[in-house]
Ligand binder design. Structure first.
Ligand code: CP
Ligand code: NVA
Length: 307
């Protein structure tokens, strides 16, 4: 049996592979907008396992499968025997006998790798503490719809160093994006992410000054200051306050710069209402594109490279 096509982190792919998925995403989006339905995944069943909360990931995968003729099954991690110490590997072996693919949101990235390693069916990363690759595929699709190729564009990340940032680092290396990170030292990248940043070479720079990072940028991105699983919550607000994206910070970027946030947003903390509801914000296009990008990821996982 050939090994399944997992979608675990963007680092696992070539630029051509991701470009192909984005092309499929754009085509499927256009068809959906024309009211056309595909049956590309007819009778396929996707199990969706959530160890943590979700709105966008859960709903967009569910709707995406249905729009492609497939079906889904929602499983909360705490209702499974996983919560009573059944191993990820045994869970994967059992699930492989029932369903056609698994999408999982699980904090520990090594747990995701254990599941995928034992699975005979494709596994999709619906967010770990290490990476959120589905989100960044939707982000790139969104940027390119508004502004053309991300290659050579300048993108600034301002705030906490987290999973979404990590997937942007991986994407920037592949797509040739100039990616500038501004994080306070206290909430900066962990060792694994630092290694990724170093490996990305000149494409990615890391500093602490948000003003410097956003200067003339084409896109400013931020995310919550407290990610799922973060326990050191108390001092974050104070330390991260200078990283809030407000109109002053947006004013330092290119005049046509876009603003993105993967959502859910904590309005008044990492971003002001004026910015997230303002004319440069594309956060709801970004949320919509989760649906279209993930339909393309599902197609890839099921061996469909052209539509
Ligand atoms: N952006 C994102 O993954 O949202 P959810 O947590 O609602 O799935
Ligand atoms: N960085 C956030 C993303 C939520 C979609 C978290 O991990 O909680």
């Amino acid at each position: 049996m050939s090994s399944p096509r997992h979608f675990l982190t963007l680092e696992d792919f070539s630029e051509d592979q991701l470009r192909n998925m984005l092309a499929v995403a754009n085509e499927l989006k256009a068809r959906t907008k024309r009211g056309e339905r595909d049956e590309l995944l007819r009778h396929k069943v996707l199990a969706m396992i959530f160890e943590k909360q979700s709105t966008r990931t859960r709903v967009s995968f569910d709707v995406g499968m249905r729009q492609l003729g497939g079906e889904t099954m929602f499983l909360s991690g705490d209702s499974m025997q996983l919560a009573r110490e059944e191993t990820l590997a045994d869970t994967a072996r059992v699930m492989s006998r029932y369903v056609d693919a698994i999408m999982i949101r699980i904090l520990d990235h090594d747990d995701l790798l254990d599941l995928a390693g034992a699975s005979d069916i494709p596994v999709i990363n619906g967010l770990t503490r290490r990476a959120h690759p589905c989100q960044v595929m939707a982000d790139i699709q969104t940027f390119e719809e508004h502004r053309g190729s991300i290659k050579g564009a300048t993108v600034a990340w301002v705030g906490d160093a987290n999973n979404v940032l990590a997937s942007w680092v991986h994407a920037s290396k592949l797509f040739g994006t100039r990616f500038r990170i501004a994080c306070p030292d206290e909430y900066g990248p962990d060792q694994a992410l630092l290694a990724d940043i170093r490996e990305a070479g000149a494409h990615v720079t890391l500093g602490e000054d948000p003003h410097e990072a956003v200067k003339d940028a084409d896109l400013i991105i931020t995310d919550t200051w407290v990610s799922m699983g973060d326990t050191d919550v108390s001092d974050r607000r104070k330390t991260l306050k200078p990283y809030r994206v407000d109109t002053n910070l947006m004013g330092l970027a290119d005049k046509d710069a876009l603003f993105m946030h993967c959502l859910p947003a904590h309005r008044g903390d990492e971003v002001t209402d004026e910015v997230i509801d303002g004319p440069q914000s594309v956060v709801f296009d970004e949320a919509e594109n989760r649906l279209h990008a993930q339909k393309a990821i599902l197609c890839y996982c099921f061996g469909i490279d052209t539509v």
